[in-house]
Design a protein around this ligand. Structure first.
Ligand SMILES: NC(=O)C1=CN([C@@H]2O[C@H](COP(=O)(O)OP(=O)(O)OC[C@H]3O[C@@H](n4cnc5c(N)ncnc54)[C@H](O)[C@@H]3O)[C@@H](O)[C@H]2O)C=CC1
Ligand SMILES: O=C(CO)COP(=O)(O)O
Length: 332
């Protein structure tokens, strides 16, 4: 019997806990807020996924050591920008032989570290034990058991296999992979591209415009990911184009919805004020742009999204900046 600990009781932590339970894995969740812990123990995380009746295999606690005790798999599902501080608080409770799974899709501000790097750095976890799960996995669809596939990437294939075995459910199909860098860059960057697509939608643009942003977004994501050592093929797979399509096209995506509101004329502060869930691209646009600059990679869409988020550049100015760039060959 595999046992898992899931740190984070938000949308994806809860939906993924449910996938693990449906695959026969016993799960203890850690949550920092007692009311959410109590709700999970009563069978439903009302605040994040009211539509999901939780399996009896799932319980929750506010004690990190209790959650982690005896776990074969530890799943981390907190906001990317709080992970380092969280690991400072409870990293020492994680079992030293567990596979440590990142569900997070972001890049740390300041350090420009990917989440697996933060886990190794702040959690003291050897890179061979770190596993990244990423793909077109909108939590609300997974919660109602709509079929989806995902990538389970680790440098050590046995760790990827352990996690894939523990999360393969009738409606959830994991594919193992060894490209941790490519999988993480694809997952973080698609959130920024989804902000741009949402913005175009909010401005009233149609499918040609959105498809153009998605495709050119994939081009710059692939450029960045391969410059960092990722495999170009990863970006054509589930963690790449698969997740990019889901996030850029779905009204369920928080990043997409955030962008729509910007396109409709709301300011970043106004959108933040009405957004109560994590829209990772809003922070990671800056760290991903920093990463691209460090490696001399041209990422024009990410650059414009960052200017909109951090400098208040207007959406029409962003459109003008993107369309007035010097023309070039598509493969350039
Ligand atoms: N929701 C989705 O469909 C998917 C989300 N992801 C990724 O999973 C990660 C988590 O996202 P969600 O669960 O959707 O976010 P969420 O906003 O639904 O939940 C975030 C969770 O983190 C907790 N939290 C907030 N601040 C915290 C802090 N300072 N310390 C500890 N915990 C804190 C919240 O209480 C909540 O339990 C993100 O990186 C996201 O990109 C990945 C795939 C799908
Ligand atoms: O990563 C996701 C789907 O795979 C969820 O996207 P959002 O964080 O934009 O909701």
């Amino acid at each position: 019997m595999t046992t898992a600990a899931v740190f984070g009781t938000g949308s994806w932590g809860t939906a993924f806990a449910s996938v693990l339970a449906d695959s026969g894995t016993d799960v203890t969740m850690w949550g920092r807020r007692s009311e959410v812990v109590d709700a999970i123990n009563a069978g439903c995380n009302e605040e994040y996924l009211p539509e999901l009746r939780l399996s009896e295999r799932i319980s929750a606690t506010a004690d990190p050591a209790e959650a982690a005790s005896g776990a074969d798999i530890v799943v981390l599902a907190v906001p990317s920008q709080t992970l380092r501080a969280n690991l400072g608080d409870w990293g020492s409770t994680l079992p030293t032989d567990a596979a440590v799974v990142s569900l997070m899709k972001g890049v740390e501000l300041g350090t420009t570290q990917r989440m697996s790097e933060v886990i190794a750095d702040a959690g003291g976890v050897e890179p061979a034990r770190i596993v990244v799960v990423s793909g077109p996995n909108l939590a609300r669809e997974i919660a109602v058991k709509q079929p989806a596939a995902s990538v389970v990437a680790a440098s050590d294939e046995r760790m990827a296999q352990r996690v894939a075995d523990a999360c393969a459910a009738a409606y959830f199909r994991p594919y193992t992979h060894t490209d941790v860098v490519g999988t993480e860059i694809a997952g973080a960057t698609k959130n920024v591209i989804a902000l741009a697509v949402g913005m175009a939608e909010g401005l009233g643009m149609g499918d040609n415009s959105k498809s153009s942003i998605i495709t050119r977004g994939l081009a710059e994501t692939t450029r960045l990911g391969t410059a960092l050592g990722g495999d170009a093929v990863t970006f054509a797979g589930l963690a790449g184009v698969g997740d990019l399509i889901a996030t850029c096209m779905s009204p369920l995506s928080r990043n997409h919805s955030f962008g729509v509101r910007l396109g409709q004329g709301m300011t970043v502060a106004e959108v933040v004020a009405v957004t109560n869930q994590t829209a990772e691209g809003v922070k990671s646009c800056t760290s991903i742009l920093d990463l691209a600059r460090q490696h001399g990679v041209d990422v024009p869409i990410i650059e414009q999204v960052n200017a909109m988020i951090t400098e208040g550049k207007s959406t029409p100015e962003v459109v003008e900046a993107l369309l007035s760039r010097p023309r070039k060959a598509e493969t350039g």
